[in-house]
Design a protein around this ligand. Structure first.
Ligand code: FES
Length: 375
């Protein structure tokens, strides 16, 4: 068994708020977000950033929800830059008018990642349950005007993956330098909608071929990143690059999480920055140490030659699919539970081939739906 070496966190994700003007069906936020109150105030966030930076964190992502809903965003960005962080805003674009982007630029914001739901207004607005498509295009122009690299993100699933060529064309029209085509990860709201969102294998194969053809055609004009959904892989992803390894997520209420979904896992005592320093949380807390190293692993992970590479996969996925957070991620073909992933693919394909919108209606991320899941 390997004793874990604990390196400092590298990447601090500041989930400033779970509030969001959009209602995306694939959102990874907790489904009961409505019951999670008491957002950290400006001073608390500043303390978190100072302590994380002092430990060695180098990059910060401001995310949510929609981080632009926080009036103090430019104050936080300015402090992050002063501390020496590389600063990244992850946004739907809603609320990013010219005055706001000018003030963020002045605060020293380094990078903006703008999400779209699709290349068509109809699907973009349907999936987010808002009328935001035209607004996002205006925001894309503002991002260019203020001299930022244009980084577009589109979460892919069964409903928009057939439009992948149009999505790439839209990115080229908007002069994007990077386009992240990230297949949905099945947590939070996306897990509730999995049967309606999981693409078919045929869709994936076709999409990957289209991406590769565009890579040939456009060269370095726009870098296309295509992330295959791990349900279709034979080996699990190295989730978070290993538990408590580089990633520190602070949720809006101050919960310190080794990954976005860790709050859902049984057996963890989730620490809060209102009660503990970042140093204590990172090095000493039960939650951050729980899945470090390999002593927690079961077979087949424990004796697997690949365990240093994938760390047994994703703990949250293992829990969601098997009920045991220490199980081998069922995405792995060596897992005794691999059949549950195969079954999910088969079931979703059956749904895709039938008109099932009534039997499996999409669950939108809304406050009232969240209340239903608050339990
Ligand atoms: Fe929690 Fe993968 S999302 S460990």
């Amino acid at each position: 068994m390997t004793q874990p070496v604990i390196n400092p966190p590298f990447w601090l994700l500041a989930e400033l708020t779970y509030r969001c003007p959009l209602h995306c069906v694939f959102c990874y936020n907790p489904v009961n977000y409505d019951s999670i109150k008491n957002e950290l105030d400006t001073d608390a966030w500043i303390r978190v950033m100072r302590e994380a930076r002092a430990l060695g964190a180098a990059q910060i992502g401001f995310s949510g929800g929609e981080p632009l809903l926080r009036d103090d965003l430019d104050i936080l960005v300015a402090e992050a830059r002063r501390l020496g962080f590389y600063t990244n805003l992850i946004t739907s674009g809603v609320g990013l008018n010219e005055k706001r982007i000018a003030s963020l630029k002045q605060a020293g914001l380094d990078h903006i990642q703008l999400s779209f739901q699709d290349s068509t207004q109809e699907m973009n607005d349907f999936l987010s349950s808002t009328k935001t498509f035209e607004l996002k295009k205006k925001v894309a122009a503002l991002i260019k005007k203020y001299d930022y690299p244009m980084v577009m993100n589109v979460v892919l699933h069964r409903h928009n993956i057939p439009h992948i060529d149009k999505i790439i064309e839209m990115a080229l029209d908007l002069s994007a330098e990077y386009l992240e085509l990230a297949n949905t990860q099945y947590y939070g709201w996306a897990m509730k909608n999995r049967q309606q969102l999981l693409p078919t294998r045929e869709q994936l194969v076709a999409a990957e071929a289209t991406v590769n053809a565009y890579r040939e055609k456009i060269g370095k004009q726009c870098k296309l990143l295509f992330v295959v959904p791990d349900y279709f892989e034979e080996r699990p992803k190295a989730c978070m690059n290993g538990w408590g390894s580089i990633f520190l997520d602070i949720a809006p209420d101050g919960a310190a999480l080794p990954c976005h979904n860790a709050r859902e896992l049984p057996g963890l005592n989730i620490p809060n920055v209102k009660e503990h320093s970042i140093q204590e949380i990172w090095y000493e807390s039960q939650a951050f140490n729980f899945f470090r190293g390999d002593s927690w692993m079961q077979e087949p992970c424990r004796s697997c030659s690949e365990k240093e590479k994938d760390f047994g996969g994703c703990r949250c996925q293992a829990f969601l699919l098997t009920g045991d957070p220490a199980a081998t991620d069922p995405v792995c073909a060596k897992s005794p539970n691999h059949h549950v992933v195969k079954l999910a693919i088969r079931e979703a394909a059956a749904v895709a081939n039938a008109d099932t919108s009534k039997e499996f209606p999409l669950v939108f991320r809304t406050d009232s739906n969240s209340k239903r899941f608050a339990g």
